[in-house]
Write a protein that binds this ligand. Structure first.
Ligand code: NAD
Length: 500
């Protein structure tokens, strides 16, 4: 038997026949199991509408792990811990059936009454399920009870508050784990370490030395089959409210007094409180929205957003957002944090570029190469690493400068893939560590910020859609947003010394 690092747990997955469970949750649990991080005292109950047997579910889990690739050792043993019960989310009898099965498994696997409820289904059911879990007695257990909630957490501040109030009838804030899977990514978690464990950076991490910060999260894919969902969401709600703002908060926050969940979340919350609201006429000046049109990627002709399935042919939904965030505090006054995210862009890339200010006097200005600014690039995905861009002397007789790169790659160092974000987050939840989940205070502050922008965009139809071709880095106005301030987007695909 493997030694484990997590307490015994029953994990109940609502929406267990869905895409997320298959692609992420089962393989992540399996990886934890393989690494000995999951106690043998664990069981999973999958629930969804379909009438499946335990065996059908187990073979579904088996297939999901096979198709995730990697090692396959011990899958049968792992899958034997999985049970299935068909479920109607609004019917109390269904919950009573689940409770009975949960109690049986509790005894069989000695789970000590520890329960995680993972809501991996459409958000309109989150509140109903949480209420039933309490009223039908599933949360009435002697062990811990925790609720993992997938995104989106509401559609705006009022709906998020309503959902939160509903959840709080059944679970305390400490028991609610709101997933933002970006917070499980290795290099997002590394932001704090880079900042707070290096004497080199923290003294420079302010408006005296940093000129601007750029956060890009671009996708090549379009909306695929998610047109129906995306029409109601758009890039602002789908990406900016959560992932982009979370990354900005991690970059902007003050050092916490320790790494406890409370202190880290409280500093992130304080950073978000200093985020200058963008409202009314300011929206157009500080934010750019875009929608992709037709285009070619890798020689393939692709339709515009309005031609996609389940999309209104006159849709006003944005598939791209660029914006300028300003944190009004002593550390950051005057330093723009630019964010951009979108679909059907030229590359799939998540990167942070920290651009340092130019040195006050350039002694080498007359040399052939002008000096390039120092950059710290944090590569989040698909590559994981850090690059520091410096200037050095070109080899030879002349006193010429040349840009050089100091590179660190996660792959290069460990020779293996870093764990998937979901693997880390599920592990954290089992251990009761909520640091990398979003607190309600953060969710509410970021919704309030976003609501001001969507209020303008929803009342004023974009008259230039589609305004960027598929396979490009977004509309022209996104470049102009930085040009107005004397900056430009560093090219994310090739932040290579040769490229500038
Ligand atoms: P999905 O549509 O593939 O699966 C939904 C699941 O819910 C299925 O198991 C379905 O049977 C079940 N279900 C639907 N209606 C039901 C009902 N009335 N009663 C009982 N079961 C019902 O969805 P998904 O892609 O797996 O996403 C699940 C959640 O995760 C959503 O909140 C989504 O926004 C979020 N999410 C998904 C991804 C992803 O990569 N798929 C990424 C981030 C967040």
């Amino acid at each position: 038997m493997k030694t484990s690092e997590t307490p015994a747990s029953l994990i109940m997955i609502f929406g267990a026949t869905g895409d997320l469970a298959k692609r992420k949750l089962f393989p992540s649990l399996y990886n934890l199991y393989q690494k000995g991080k999951l106690s043998e005292n664990f069981a999973v109950i999958g629930t969804a509408r379909r009438e499946w047997s335990h065996e059908t579910f187990q073979s579904h889990v088996y297939d999901s792990i096979k198709s995730a690739g990697g090692e396959n050792e011990g899958i049968d043993q792992f899958a034997s811990h999985f049970y299935y019960q068909a479920h109607d989310v609004t019917d109390s009898d269904s919950y009573l059936g689940l409770k009975k099965l949960a109690d049986q498994l509790d005894k069989k696997y000695e789970l000590e009454g520890n329960r995680i409820f993972y809501l991996s289904m459409a958000p309109e059911f989150f509140g109903t399920i949480a209420s039933h879990l309490k009223t039908d007695g599933l949360t009435d257990t002697k062990g811990y009870k925790r609720l993992i909630i997938e995104k989106p957490f509401g559609h705006n501040y009022p709906s998020a508050k309503e959902l939160n109030d509903q959840l709080r009838h059944s679970f305390s804030e400490e028991e609610i784990y709101r997933i933002d899977h970006y917070l499980g990514k290795a290099m997002v978690q590394n932001i704090q370490v880079i900042r707070f464990a290096n004497a080199l950076f923290e003294p420079l991490w302010n408006n005296r030395y940093i000129s601007n910060i750029q956060i890009t999260s671009s996708e090549v894919l379009g909306v695929e089959e998610r047109g129906g969902y995306y029409e109601k969401s758009g890039a602002l709600r789908d990406m900016v409210q959560n992932h982009m703002i979370q990354m900005a908060a991690l970059l902007a926050m003050e050092p916490p007094i320790n790494l406890s969940t409370e202190e880290v979340r409280s500093e992130k919350g304080r950073a978000l409180k200093s985020l200058r609201p963008v409202e009314g006429d300011e929206v157009e000046k500080n934010f750019v929205r875009g929608q992709y049109g037709k285009g070619t990627i890798d020689g393939k002709e692709l339709p515009g957003y309005r031609e996609e399935a389940n999309v209104d042919p006159a849709s006003n939904t944005e598939t791209f957002v660029a914006g300028k965030l300003l944190f009004d505090n002593f550390r950051w006054a005057g330093v723009p944090f630019y964010i951009r995210t979108g679909k059907r862009m030229s590359s799939k890339d998540t990167k942070i570029v920290v651009q340092f200010k130019d040195i006050p006097m350039n002694l080498y200005y007359k040399a052939k190469n002008e000096l390039a600014p120092n950059l710290l690039v944090i590569h989040i995905q698909p590559d994981e690493g850090i690059t520091l861009h410096l200037n050095a002397k070109r080899i030879g007789q002349e006193m010429e400068t040349t840009p050089v790169k100091l590179n660190f790659s996660n792959k290069g160092l460990h020779g293996m893939n870093t764990p998937e974000a979901y693997e880390k987050l599920m592990y954290d939840c089992m251990k009761g560590d909520a640091t990398n989940f979003t607190h309600w205070d953060e969710v509410s502050l970021s919704w309030k910020f976003i609501d001001n922008i969507s209020a303008v965009w929803e009342t004023k139809k974009a008259d230039d859609y589609p305004n960027y071709a598929s396979g490009t880095m977004g509309p022209k106005a996104s470049d102009e947003l930085l040009e107005k301030d004397g900056f430009f987007w560093w090219p994310v695909t090739s932040l290579d010394v040769k490229d500038y």
